[in-house]
Ligand binder design. Structure first.
Ligand SMILES: *[C@@H]1O[C@H](CO)[C@@H](O)[C@H](O)[C@H]1NC(C)=O
Length: 581
């Protein structure tokens, strides 16, 4: 009798472990298909804020998401564990803003500008304090700064945020230099003498010599490009044969003529400084078809302003536009954007840039080398090369269960996973049969095949196909607004814009206006499913639904079984429920 209940108890315990695990994995945060978001790297976390989603080929919507990726631990880009902070996000849904790390303690997230696309009040600048998890609109003194969008701000080594170019609410493209001192919270202006011509969606990178390099972009916000191949179909795009340097110390501009394999004109790409500080790496963007297969990765040698195509290995990803890139450890970390199929490629791309002779596209992030620069703060760090403390933190956080359980779990785990698979398989079968949707099944099969092996030839093949299929899928660049009533500029930035009802010949270009309550955001997601012409997007969402349904059914079944066993053993049910939480 005693032996029997001991066996039962062990079984119950193991089932509980599985259930807890299922519950934990049941609601992973799945971000929207973002573009024109901001990505800021602070204290081993990559924070992603807001951005746009494509609702149809020519209209965009804003989202209110705020989440981060913990990069203190190794991860695989195929299984990203996003941590959702949307519930504490007080920044209205917006896109086309720019962000950087700055402030008194050099660990505050600053977000400037962007467009809410709605009548919703939005401050010019917001800050997020990651330690206290608080958003604030800071009070900033000095000149009456204006709101700009579609720009890339650069945080100087001095804590000043350099906000050059971009476009106003009225879609006037500028070349002025706004400077936000994030330490004294004061606005200033930089020189316009010899500044580049007005532009948006350019590349901007901070160099070690206190200069900022500005590359490419566009001065035409009616530009259109292919959804998948990102080839520019209509509109003007600026050349990369000349680059511009802004000297932060002396407040002056300089231009440099570039040589070598000059990338074709492009905008909406990302640019980062190489780890040796001697080169700028650019990736992606919407571009003029150069007449050859463009791997969209180029390097500008800063010693002679010579462009070259770097040697790369690994699986070459599709080009992306309106993404973001951060240097984290030895990687150029690319986040989201337009141009890839989310069922095939991760929202995050990793390019290992540690070896200038050969960059490597990879899906595995190794944080052990991410501490290339020792922290500048006064926080004690034993030695820069010592193993990361976070790995032990990780195991601590997951050791709610005693170690012995892991042993038992390992032995019986395989048995349970067989049951798990059988039950799961059954429910998948049941669910799919209910849906009677042969197309989805086919799509999933394709997806599985694709995941097994992705030789470079496949990519090129797909790329060509995309070019063929893509003729009707043309994307219009996001704009603040086409028709807007401008309330004369005053202190109330938040009331500067009011959007008029749609007007017959601009309906294609107008962003969809939606209220920004939580409930409506959920609806927005639903609308994407129904209005998107992209089958792969909807198939991804349906696939998620399948997974969700299966997980819920399995969890329910296990829960019922558990309760049954619990009753047999007279174990307090309340205790189990507490454990589940
Ligand atoms: C802030 O930290 C960065 C490194 O992340 C450093 O380059 C910069 O100089 C720091 N800024 C200030 C004002 O100390």
């Amino acid at each position: 009798m005693l032996k029997n209940s001991l066996v039962n108890f062990t079984l119950l315990w193991l089932l509980l472990q599985v259930l807890v695990e299922v519950n934990c994995q049941m609601t992973p945060f799945k971000p929207s298909a973002l573009n024109c978001h901001t990505a800021t790297f602070i204290d081993n976390k990559l924070y992603i804020l807001s951005g746009l989603t494509i609702t149809s080929a020519k209209s965009y919507n804003t989202v209110k998401e705020f989440f981060y990726l913990d990069v203190s631990i190794p991860f695989n880009t195929r299984e990203l564990s996003w941590q959702d902070l949307s519930n504490i996000n007080m920044v209205p849904p917006h896109g086309l803003a720019t962000s950087a790390k700055g402030g008194v303690n050099n660990n505050t997230l600053f977000v400037y500008g962007g467009g809410s696309f709605t009548n919703q009040a939005m401050e010019l600048v917001y800050t997020f304090d990651p330690h206290h998890m608080i958003w604030n609109p800071p009070k900033i003194t000095g000149i009456n700064a204006i709101r700009k969008s579609s720009l890339t701000g650069v945080m100087g080594y001095n804590g000043k945020f350099y906000l050059w170019g971009g476009s106003t609410y009225e879609n006037i493209i500028l070349n002025d230099m706004l400077i936000l001192d994030t330490i004294s919270l004061n606005w200033g202006k930089g020189s316009l003498v010899n500044a580049p011509t007005p532009r948006i969606f350019y590349g901007a990178t901070l160099l070690p010599n206190n200069k900022i390099i500005y590359i490419g972009g566009t001065n035409d916000d009616t530009t259109e490009f292919g959804h998948v191949n990102l080839n520019i179909i209509k509109g003007i795009t600026l050349s990369l044969s000349e680059v511009y340097l802004y000297d932060m110390i002396n407040d002056n501009w300089d231009a440099k003529i570039t040589t070598g394999k000059i990338p074709s004109n492009r905008f909406g790409f990302s640019s980062v400084l190489g780890l040796d500080g001697q080169r700028v790496i650019i990736y992606g963007g919407a571009f003029i078809n150069p007449g050859y297969l463009d791997t969209t990765l180029y390097v500008l040698d800063l010693t002679n302003y010579n462009w070259y195509i770097p040697k790369i290995s690994g699986i070459i990803p599709k080009p992306r536009v309106f993404h973001q890139a951060n240097v984290i450890g030895k990687y150029m970390v690319i986040s989201f954007g337009i141009g890839y199929d989310r069922t095939v490629e991760s929202d995050i791309l990793l390019l290992d840039i540690s070896n200038n002779e050969e960059y490597i596209w990879t899906i595995k992030f190794d944080p052990s080398v991410s501490k290339t620069s020792p922290p500048l703060s006064s926080s004690p760090s034993p030695s820069p090369s010592s193993p990361l403390p976070s790995s032990s933190q990780l195991s601590n956080s997951s050791t709610n269960n005693s170690n012995s359980n892991h042993m038992v779990g390992a032995i019986v785990g395989s048995l349970i996973s067989v049951i798990f698979l059988l039950v799961g398989g059954f429910f998948i079968y049941k669910w799919i049969k209910n849906k009677q949707n042969q197309k989805i099944i086919n799509e999933n099969n394709n997806h599985n095949n694709e995941e097994k092996a992705m030789p470079i030839e496949r990519d090129i093949h797909d790329y060509d196909q995309a070019m063929d299929n893509n003729e009707q899928e043309i994307i219009q660049m996001p704009r603040n607004t086409n028709e807007s009533i401008i309330i004369p500029a005053n202190d109330h930035h938040e009331q500067e814009i009011m959007q008029t009802p749609k007007n017959e010949n601009t309906t294609n270009h107008e962003p969809i206006i939606l209220a920004s309550t939580e409930a409506n955001n959920n609806n927005n997601y639903g609308q994407i499913i129904s209005t998107s012409s992209n089958d792969r997007l909807s198939s991804q969402i349906l696939k998620d639904e399948i997974l969700q349904a299966v997980k819920q059914e399995i969890a329910q079944t296990l829960k019922n079984e558990l309760l049954q066993v619990a009753r047999d053993n007279n174990i307090n049910i309340a205790k189990i429920n507490a454990k589940q939480d």
